[in-house]
Write a protein that binds this ligand. Sequence first.
Ligand code: SF4
Length: 442
Amino acid sequence: MAVYKKPESESDFYHNFAEKQPQMSASEAFIESSRCLFCYDAPCITACPTHIDIPLFIKQIHTGNVEGSARTIFDSNWLGSACGKVCPTSVLCEGACVYNHENKKPIEIGRLQFYATQQVIEADKHLYGPGLPNGRKVAVVGAGPAGIACACELRLMGYEVDVFEAKDKPSGLTVHGTAPYKITNEQALNEMAYLQDQMGYVVRYNTPIETKGQIDDLESKYDAVFLGVGIGPTAELNVNGESSHRVIGAVEFVEELREKQHQMKVPDRVIVLGGGNTAMDAASESARMGAAHVVLAYRRGQEDMGAYAFEYDMAVRAGVRGLFHVAPIEIRDTDDGVAVTFIRTQHLNGKLEFITGSEFVMEADWVIKATGQSKMGSFFSLIDSLQLDTSRRVVVDPITFQTSNPKYFAGGDAVNGGAEVVNGAFDGKMAARGIDDWLNKK
Ligand code: SF4
């Protein structure tokens, strides 16, 4: 188990957040690519949500055609570089690699993918450009993975594209919500700049779309609108005392950490509430910021957590302690922190129940809530006839990504409720094609 010192400088920060998958050297990439069996009907392709031709790009690396390899990757996935870093490859492409059946290490597909795409990004080698102008305009709301993928694909087909982004940077959760040991701000933003330079879409930063007037304006000025708005801030716990300033949301915590890095001060005692991947990130990051006691408290069992097992293992290796079958019922400010009252839980007849009389108190300096994010319900209510499901996600056609209001298309977290960057990238690309089909039929 690692013990991290509180980072005092940028170099301390990068030491504590050392990259999980460092970039390969050319010789490492050559040797690793030589291991690929270039399988017929390669299961790694099927396991990739964007269906990148993995054996082809690996063969291109091996034969010295790195530019061709990057093109193979970007042809399927506009965020091919970020995905090489942040994809949960052990449960996607690498998890499907045939080497697993022989109990051998699978091909390091993610690292090879990042290697190939980084070569062209670093050399600023432009592989694409906008298509001939077709006279049509599309508005994209949100510059996250889905929005940017949609913008690139539309530009390729000759559309004029304006992207409206509430924050001051693109890439959505890739920069604002992903643990820094998965991808650095610089790596994520370099890919964004590389794409925008080539494809020439316009991004209007610090421009949230939040009024009916703005929606009407988009509808009158654009032929179609793509909604890549993601999901909202951390949801309420509905527990007494959660309004304490010592109780913070996991998404907001990760975002501030990425922004301030070593200048953010994380106290010694942290309780993280939740069992999803965001909870694992928040807990791991608290430990890497030098918090001496980080407890991950989840109301069900370890096996019930939504997080990938490897994410939990990584948190434990960073020094996090798991506490299962406990639910917070009250949070109280104390002289030097907060006291969280938990109650133990059990499964009874398929239901989660509190065990009467099992309450206990745990003290902490901070409580980080990672128990889900609110949906963008109030924003969606501005759009006429936009159908949402019972979880307040936008309902779309699974092929075209068109919503119940035909002028609107949607993808990414707003549709799936919160998945991976690669899913957003796939949705955005498919939605662009859906928009093109729809406008061509009109
Ligand atoms: Fe190469 Fe593994 Fe994919 Fe086969 S399954 S093509 S060995 S990466």
